[in-house]
Design a protein around this ligand. Structure first.
Ligand code: HEM
Length: 431
């Protein structure tokens, strides 16, 4: 059977992969083209066409692998059926679709402004932990409004437990490692807190207009969503609202430090935002066109999920090669985004490529930071809104710079994500 090309072992064997995954992926895409083989039974989709095919055919010929936000299987081994999945998706999207997000900008903007306003001056600040705290706060408010405080602490511990699992050694699933026991304990605490909130809202009849409220409402098509599905969804969402956007904030702020002229233009545009963040509306956000272009350009260059994993469930074809069931297919937005056929001068930061002649936003080529197809990111609109506001509020207050001296401001980690680990930046007030 015809197989995709495999780069020489010295360049892409297990040792090279462990040392420098990103470098291996970039070189292999240059040498081998659209689809290449990392190991027997592990294919990598490197360019736009194959990446989009795999993502769009997920749930048909491919499935997501465990570890993504909404697991295929519950911890008790039960599997939500297709109707329950569709129902859960519809309930979440009632609160996450672009119009719903635009209507709740007033819940997002104060957190974004606070992130900027509270930046401690005169020191090299460790950016990611602070961004994570603020994003977790914005996320919890969006999910739980008045109950946010109660659930945020348990949610943060759950996210921490999940992080430990991602970075622990991959032992068979039945081994009760300390990290797995910690995760199970934190999941139980979060479940109990959330159940208490759900019970209270049902008893009082005040379901709420937040995401939880949308999930508690019956749908005309499906009726009431089972509690297990609500808890699953909110477990995934509480992690999703803080985890990936934190990395994106890191890349955006690092970009400001390295491209001061881009930051200046964002700052000028942000001057039109109301001084009171509670007064910010969807219309204000819409007008931040250049800032939105910068956010997209940074996500193109540094997709926080640079490699997405799928498993073939049925015979398929990819880039002219047959794919057998059980093959792992890795989708690489990082190399797809840096293909000159999609984005000319792909290594250059050029926010203007996202702006059409009339200044409106356009999509100039492949753009997969949020994936695409049936399992694409449900939080795209919310993420773009909060990243745009955090970028605008920070740039309008400060010049950012990397600490001087021989120590790098961050190191790039690519284990399950593309992260500027340990990123430190210094802020100097504008004017
Ligand atoms: C910069 C910010 C974000 C990025 C880059 C991002 C990216 C992604 C990507 C690539 C996936 C697909 C993962 C895969 O296919 O394996 C995904 C899934 C998901 N994201 Fe996001 N995300 C972001 C923020 C958010 C936010 C703020 C939320 C919630 C409000 C969210 C909710 C979800 C959910 C629920 C899924 C799972 C969808 C499913 O499995 O059907 N994400 N995200």
């Amino acid at each position: 059977m015809r197989k995709p090309p495999q780069p020489p072992r010295s360049q892409a064997g297990p040792a090279a992969w462990r040392r420098d995954r990103l470098g291996v992926a970039v070189r292999a895409a240059q040498q081998c083209g659209d689809v290449w083989q990392l190991a027997p039974g592990v294919y990598v989709a490197a360019t736009a066409g194959p990446c989009e095919t795999v993502l769009r055919r997920t749930t048909y010929e491919y499935e997501t692998t465990p570890g993504t936000f909404l697991p295929a299987k519950r911890p008790d081994g039960s599997v939500p059926g297709p109707t329950e999945r569709a129902h859960g998706h519809a309930a979440r999207m009632r609160a996450l679709r672009p119009k719903a997000v635009a209507a709740r900008i007033g819940d997002i903007a104060p957190g974004a402004a606070q992130f900027a306003a509270d930046w401690p001056l005169g020191q090299d600040l460790s950016v990611l932990p602070r961004a994570q705290r603020v994003l977790a706060g914005i996320g919890s408010r969006y999910l739980f409004s008045g109950d946010a405080e109660r659930l945020q602490a348990a949610g943060a511990r759950l996210a921490e437990a999940r992080e430990q699992i991602i970075h622990s050694w991959p032992l068979p699933p039945w081994v009760p490692t300390p990290a797995r026991r910690f995760l199970a304990r934190q999941q139980a605490v979060f479940d109990a807190e959330l159940r208490a909130v759900i019970d209270r809202r049902r008893t009082t009849g005040r379901l709420g207009d937040d995401l939880l409220g949308q999930m508690l409402r019956p749908s005309s098509q499906y009726g009431l969503l089972p509690d297990a599905a609500i808890i699953d969804s909110l477990t995934g969402l509480i992690v999703a609202t803080a985890e990936t956007p934190t990395r994106a904030v890191g890349w955006i702020l690092l970009t400001f430090a390295r491209h001061p002229r881009v930051a200046d233009r964002v700052a000028a545009e942000a001057g039109a935002l109301p001084a009171d963040p509670h007064a910010v509306t969807g219309a204000h956000l819409d007008r931040l066109r250049y800032t939105q272009a910068v956010v997209r350009e940074v996500l193109r260059l540094y997709p926080p999920n640079w490699l997405l994993a799928r498993r073939a469930t049925a015979p398929a074809e990819l880039g002219g090669y047959p794919v057998e069931p059980d093959t792992t297919v890795l989708v690489c937005p990082y190399t797809a985004h840096r293909d000159p056929a999609q984005h000319p001068d792909p290594l250059q930061l050029r926010p203007e490529r996202w702006l059409g002649e009339s200044g409106s936003l356009v999509v100039p080529g492949v753009f997969l930071p949020f994936s695409t197809g049936p399992r694409a990111c449900e939080g795209t609109a919310m993420a773009l809104a909060e990243l745009t506001l955090i970028a605008a509020e920070t740039a309008r207050r400060y010049h950012l710079s990397e600490p001087p001296g021989p120590v790098p401001s961050h190191r790039i980690a690519t284990f399950g994500a593309l992260t500027p680990v340990g990123l430190r930046l210094r802020a100097t007030p504008r004017s």
